[in-house]
Design a protein around this ligand. Structure first.
Ligand SMILES: [Zn+2]
Length: 574
């Protein structure tokens, strides 16, 4: 566990504007900064960053968060990983570290990144001196421009000895560049191969893919997993594809790095590849954050079909109803590289546009394995569909599939649902109708977020029964516990609570408002007065009803005193 106080210190020391600007160039817009949103596709900027409150908010897609939230979303990292990365950026040691992350310079991520950068540079230089490697790339139709864009290099047979003064540097082995044999001898992992650096979203080289020139096994070789490189998370070509993804709102997932590079060479800039592994749910999530549609484009052979099916199985849980997935199978023996070289960009893009919908592929694949002329085969179809349907978080797509399964199997829709033990998926909450006194509660919430110390002065008993009530009480309790926090720290503190959306909505309202301490206090006092008056009115009405039933003499001493006080107060206010 990372202590709460550490997260607060971290947020106090990181500047969200600097952080985000490193990934998404920001422009000053009044008191805030703006950019086109990195989390949805848009033409005019609705992504706003508040330097004073240290949060971002997108008015287009609702993305919202602190520096921590941004890195988590942008890089698809977990909470703890993100904390570590942010802390590393500003050199804060993380207390109570999880095992596996070392802080000595030899094994630290920074140390490993250094040797990777050096190696990538060396491989690039070596390419210029290798006519054999240059020929290979030319034969593949690649220009120097594309080779440079992807940082393509060449690992000479002699390996990295010439690149590092100390070939015994432990970091070379830790980064997966050098293997240590049983006899203790060291040798290069990549030799005589064309090298494709694998770059993360920050532009850092974290691994390599190497392809043999001519014949030889294995044809493709990837870096082993290291502290920098986890295969199921990274996609080859993602940083280079960013613009293409944004322009097309579609990601094309292919099998190999040569496919990505060849497509880019022919003007298809939105392709990425999974790295020596099946497409994972993390890959799909990462992509769906940037685009609304993914098309998997695999070879038409058996291996390609298998890869596509694995991709489908892993994509299901990451799907949403406003997202779509398609599949393209190229005619055997083509792959995207050969296809685009033979038929060109337009033909390839036509294939992508005509991709088979996920539901078609799913049903075809299952139907191939079941004899749908027999009742056993029909039951088997439902049985095989069951675990897949269970993964789907999307009500519309699931319904569509259930209907088609019903058609194919001859069961009625309700039977399919029962056999697959499908539970109803809650429909997305409808836009909430305004409830009682929204203006007062909303104003209070906005004011407290503007100046969190005000939470202490919230009259909890008087708060109207509006949607913001729970959030206000949560903020009051937090402040009362001694935690008066700046907005970003509050937001992290409320991660995962039911109130977080309400608080984000109110915080977004702050973006248009200048902050003036005195005005905030005056406005808060004004709202409190209105609340108290409202409370008195209610109390007076209740007492008056009581008096009508039992008479003034029927009141208790306390009630009588309150009644007289309220009566005279009313006289005074008119
Ligand atoms: Zn957005």
């Amino acid at each position: 566990m990372i202590p709460e106080s550490f997260i607060q210190d971290l947020l106090a020391r990181v500047d969200i504007v600097d952080l985000i600007d490193g990934y998404v160039p920001l422009k000053k817009a009044g008191a805030n900064y703006a950019a086109c949103c990195p989390f949805h596709s848009e033409k005019s900027p609705s992504f706003t960053v508040s330097p004073s409150k240290q949060f971002y908010h997108c008015f287009g897609c609702g993305a919202h968060g602190t520096a921590i939230g941004f890195l988590m979303e942008y890089q698809g990292l977990g909470f703890v990983e993100t904390i570590k990365e942010l802390a590393g950026k500003i050199g804060m040691p993380v207390p109570d570290d999880a095992p596996g992350v070392r802080h000595d310079d030899q094994g630290s991520s920074r140390g490993l990144l250094e040797v990777m950068t050096r190696a990538a540079q060396f491989y690039k230089e070596q390419l210029k001196q290798s006519p054999k490697a240059i020929d290979y790339l030319k034969q593949r139709g690649l220009t120097g421009e594309i080779a440079a864009k992807f940082g393509i290099g060449y690992a000479p047979p002699g390996g990295l000895k010439a690149a590092f003064v100390d070939y015994n540097d432990k970091r070379l082995a830790a980064a997966g560049l050098v293997k240590v044999g049983e006899d203790g001898r060291r040798y290069d992992y990549f030799r005589d191969r064309v090298m494709f650096p694998i770059v993360n979203q920050k532009g850092e080289v974290i691994a390599f893919g190497g392809r043999v020139i001519g014949q030889g096994e294995p044809k493709y070789l990837n870096s082993p997993e290291t502290p920098l490189f986890e295969k199921g998370r990274e996609l080859y070509g993602l940083p280079q594809a960013r613009q293409g993804l944004r322009d097309s709102n579609v990601a094309v997932v292919v099998e190999g790095y040569m496919d990505v590079v060849a497509l880019a060479q022919h003007g298809v800039g939105n392709a990425v590849a999974a790295l020596g592994t099946a497409t994972t749910a993390v890959h799909v999530q990462k992509l769906l954050r940037q685009v609304d549609r993914i098309v998997f484009c695999f070879d038409g052979d058996n291996a390609g079909r298998k890869a596509a099916w694995r991709a489908l199985e892993n994509a299901l849980e990451a799907l949403a109803d406003n997202k779509s997935i398609g599949f393209v199978f190229l005619p055997d023996p083509e792959d995207p590289d050969s296809f685009v070289r033979t038929y060109g960009k337009a033909a390839f893009e036509r294939k992508i546009a005509e991709a088979m919908p996920l539901s078609d592929f799913l049903l075809r694949h299952l139907a191939e394995r079941c004899d749908l002329t027999s009742s056993e085969g029909k039951a088997k179809l439902i049985y095989e569909a069951k675990p897949l349907l269970a993964k789907l978080p999307t009500p519309l797509l699931r319904l569509q599939l259930v209907k088609r399964l019903a058609e194919a199997s001859g069961f009625v829709q309700a039977e399919v649902e029962r056999l697959c033990e499908l539970k109803a998926i809650a429909p997305p909450a409808p836009a909430k109708a305004p409830r009682a006194a929204p203006s007062i509660s909303r104003a209070l919430l906005r004011l407290v977020l503007q100046k969190p110390a005000l939470a202490l002065r919230l009259p909890v008993d008087l708060l109207p029964d509006a949607a913001e009530r729970a959030a206000l009480i949560r903020l009051h309790d937090l402040a009362a516990e001694g935690g008066i926090l700046a907005y970003a720290a509050l937001r992290e503190r409320l991660r995962g609570t039911p109130e977080e959306n309400r608080i984000e909505t109110a915080a977004a309202e702050l973006l248009g408002l200048p902050f003036d301490e005195v005005e905030v206090d005056t406005e808060f006092a004004g709202v409190l007065t209105r609340l108290q008056e409202g409370g008195q009115k209610r109390a007076f009405a209740e007492l008056q009803a009581l008096v009508q039933r039992v008479g003034v003499s029927g009141l208790s001493a306390d009630e009588k005193a309150a009644y007289l006080r309220l009566l005279s107060g009313r006289g005074k206010d008119g």
